[in-house]
Design a protein around this ligand. Structure first.
Ligand code: GAP
Length: 458
């Protein structure tokens, strides 16, 4: 009988959060925000390759959630909503973390994360473990960022930056059902920025105060909720593995009853084994009819499904993912260091659809007009179909290494032979194998490979 594979307890691989952040900065993926002013805690700016990478993550999500389905519509709701929304949703009353301060080291900790936090004075111990620690009682800290609308900043003008995109979807239930051809089971999908005044942000893109969410609310007949809950757990797991995330670094963890949010009758996290340990990548929750009922009560507008012979308040299944956290997981999973012919190589083995640049066109030398012309021709042909780079700036080995570090799956080298036989050398980032192919076939071949199944491990 086949035995169950044992679950990994610690990250196995070359990546650390520090190495990925350092490569990210060096190669123009992610910079610390407000850098010239000394930075701003846990805020990051995406550079050129980071923008392309995160766009690919969001594009892959939209493709699987919207384009490839008939039961889904898109939405882009406002960041600042009527404050009533956040009263109805429970965020004003309850979106808070328990906080403790240490009077000795002046640091602040989440009371429910003390086991995994480090004491400020004795980093080998947890807060409260050493006799010097002097922790306050836990108090509640609301995570919403408050702002004011209009010229006068008083309590009547107070508003909030949204802490999740989900509520924008619930409050548009009536608009969507009355303007679009939808019928339960159906979903509304949205990607957008959310803001949380996290007490203990950190670990690079993992926990930030300003981040992007990819959320979908799936409205179903109540009797079908459990079945759709299971369906979406499996579907979202498949999305990550389909884009190359190692199954040994991915698991599904059902929340214990005492962990559940106030709105949820069941939640499962898809967790990724980051170098910091198993952590939430995405949560899939059965929210029941909590949100539609709460907004019906507060707004006085009935939010229900009215069919030909039926009328009911749908239940909601919510897969809620983070675009930045997913981008970090893809980077960590892809990061590899190895030695090739005695020289170190750092490579991002990203799925070609996630990779910021798909192809690099490289003339063998940059000072030969005929090679440059041929290479530019291929570059112009490819760039309208996929993100492509042209580079003739340094020795060919150095240019390969640069593309390896940004995760470009295919490099195309034009040499003197290419001028005679009309072929280029196609170098594969992962196998390092080189093959000669006809220049006119390059575009079709790469477009085919972009759609083909792909696995990160050779
Ligand atoms: N509507 C439900 C909801 O917002 P959540 O678990 O709080 O659920 C969903 O957030 C996802 O958003 C998380 O799984 C994570 O990927 C991402 N996320 C949440 N807080 C984040 C933060 N401070 N920084 C980066 N990503 C975050």
């Amino acid at each position: 009988m086949a035995s169950e594979p044992t679950e990994l307890t610690a990250y196995e691989g070359e990546a650390t959060i520090e190495k990925v952040a350092s490569l990210g900065r060096r190669r123009g993926f992610v910079y610390p925000s407000s850098d010239i002013y000394g930075g701003l805690g846990s805020a990051y700016d995406y550079g050129h390759y980071g923008v392309l990478l995160k766009d690919n993550v969001k594009g892959a999500w939209k493709r699987s959630m919207i384009q490839e389905r008939e039961d889904m519509v898109a939405l882009d709701s406002a960041v600042i909503l009527n404050p009533e929304v956040w009263i109805a949703s429970g965020h004003v009353g309850g979106f808070s973390d328990p906080l403790v301060d240490c009077r000795t080291c002046k640091l602040r900790f989440r009371a429910d994360h003390l086991e995994t936090s480090s004491c400020g004075k004795r980093p080998s111990k947890r807060p409260g473990e050493s006799p010097d620690c002097d922790l306050t009682e836990a108090r509640s800290f609301n995570l919403m960022f408050e702002t004011h609308i209009g010229a006068v900043a008083d309590s009547a003008s107070a508003a909030y930056l949204r802490p999740e995109t989900a509520q924008g979807i619930f409050i548009n239930f009536k608009n969507v059902t009355s303007s679009l051809r939808v019928k339960p089971p159906f979903g509304i999908a949205q990607i957008g920025k959310s803001f949380r005044n996290e007490i203990t942000p950190g670990n690079f893109l993992f926990r930030m105060r300003e981040f992007e969410q990819m959320e979908m609310e799936y409205f179903v007949p109540p009797a079908e909720a459990e079945e759709w809950y299971r369906y979406w757990i499996a579907e979202r797991y498949r999305w990550y593995t389909g884009l190359g995330i190692r199954t040994s670094h991915l698991r599904i963890r059902a929340h214990d009853p005492d962990e559940l949010s106030h709105y949820s009758s069941g939640t499962s996290d898809i967790e990724y084994l980051f170098p910091i340990g198993w952590s939430e990548l995405e949560g899939i929750a059965n929210r029941g009819d909590f949100d539609l009922r709460a907004h019906t009560e507060r707004s006085g507008q009935k939010l229900e499904w009215i069919g030909h012979e039926e009328r009911y308040v749908p239940y909601v299944i919510e897969p809620a993912a983070g675009a930045d956290r997913a981008a970090l997981a893809f980077l960590v999973d892809a990061y590899d260091e190895e030695e090739i012919e005695g020289r170190p190589r750092t490579v991002l083995r990203l799925h070609p659809r996630i990779a910021p640049v798909k192809a690099a066109v490289l003339p063998l030398v940059g000072n030969d007009a005929a090679l440059v012309e041929k290479a530019r021709g291929l570059f112009e042909d490819l760039r309208t179909h996929m993100t492509t780079e042209y580079d003739d700036s340094a020795a060919i080995g150095k240019r390969y290494r640069r593309q390896d570090e940004i995760g470009t799956p295919w490099a195309l080298t034009i040499d003197h032979e290419s001028l005679n036989d009309g072929q280029v050398t196609l170098r594969d980032r992962d196998t390092l194998q080189q093959e000669r192919i006809a220049i006119e076939g390059v575009r079709a071949l790469l477009l085919d490979r972009l759609e083909a199944p792909w696995s990160p491990r050779l």
